[in-house]
Design a protein. Structure first.
Length: 265
């Protein structure tokens, strides 16, 4: 990101002047938009953050959640993702808050006494030359908050609409409709047979609604690729321990009691 391209201006360089259309925009969800993004996960908000810099394109982003994700889901942020955040001008904030995964330790059963584990290796985490940025750990909820902040500071002041479940997607293929896609939205607090529903029309709809995408099935598409059926658990713990590598990412294998991956925060 570059600042002061046309000379110094007072004020916060991270916050763009709002576009005049923002003041004229009625409050609430519009009836028609150029682009409707369904889903406020990483995919939806990365796209929304990009679209927010184009005031001439009317974008709306919705999610069926009550509000922003607060905890949970991903923590590991690949260095390529940090590069993408750099393009938004958000990398320094991310790097300031995150745990840097500079190295990984491996613990395996001690060959001389397999009832105990022993450090078997300590390696650099990211391949040399892969990226100027490290691999980091920060909660997905924070990553999404950075993207929403970016949207709020953009010329469009784009903000998500929560509590709206996209249930149907209909496409007018006549070629004559200005907004050919109609999406039915169930208002989540009123999800009952008589509950409140509304529609929004769009030129383009982007389904960023996760792995079980309703948008995908609504347009008659099927998942292409492999599905895995694996069970694994994640625990968020404050460990009271004398394990020497507790502050380092560790892959720990035991002889017969399973495996643990420690991801420090
Ligand atoms: C426990 C766990 C740990 C993980 N750890 C990592 C990790 O360390 N690193 C990593 O890179 N990845 C990790 N992942 C994977 C990562 O979370 C996903 O890849 C990522 O969230 C996918 O982003 P997405 O935007 O495609 O979908 P999602 O995050 O699933 O977002 C989809 C959004 O769409 C909304 N939505 C769905 N249907 C509708 C509808 N019909 N109408 C309106 N809104 C709808 C949902 O409410 C949701 O907010 C982890 C996942 C889990 C569950």
């Amino acid at each position: 990101m570059q600042f002061y391209l046309n000379g110094y201006r007072p004020g916060d360089p991270f916050s763009a002047d709002s576009h005049p259309s923002v003041a004229e925009r009625p409050a609430g969800l519009p009836e028609c938009v150029d682009v409707l993004i369904i889903g406020c996960g990483p995919a939806g908000l990365v796209l929304a953050a990009q679209m927010s810099t184009f005031p001439d394109i009317r974008t709306a982003v919705i999610d069926r959640r009550d509000g922003p994700l607060e905890v949970g889901q991903a923590d590991g942020v690949a260095c390529r993702t940090v590069e993408m955040f750099e393009a938004f001008g958000l990398a320094s904030r991310l790097l300031g808050e995150a745990y840097w995964v500079n190295e990984v330790c491996f613990w395996r059963p001690d060959p001389e006494n397999r009832t105990k584990i022993k450090r078997a290796g300590r390696i650099q985490d990211t391949e040399e030359g892969l990226s100027e940025f490290p691999h980091v750990i920060v909660n997905q909820a924070r990553m999404l908050a950075y993207l929403r902040d970016h949207m709020e500071r953009s010329p469009t002041r784009l903000a998500p609409f929560y509590g709206l479940h996209a249930s149907e997607v209909e496409v007018d293929t006549s070629g004559s409709a200005e907004y050919p896609v109609t999406v039915t939205l169930q208002h989540v607090h009123e999800l009952s047979p008589t509950g409140k529903a509304s529609t929004i029309r769009a030129r383009y709809v982007v389904g960023c609604d996760g792995s079980r995408s309703r948008t995908r099935s609504a347009i008659g598409r099927e998942l292409v690729g492999d599905v895995t059926n694996e069970s694994w658990g994640v625990m968020d713990v404050l460990a009271v321990t004398d394990f020497p590598d507790i502050r380092v990412k560790c892959a720990i294998s035991s002889a017969n009691q399973g495996n643990v991956l420690i991801i420090p925060r």
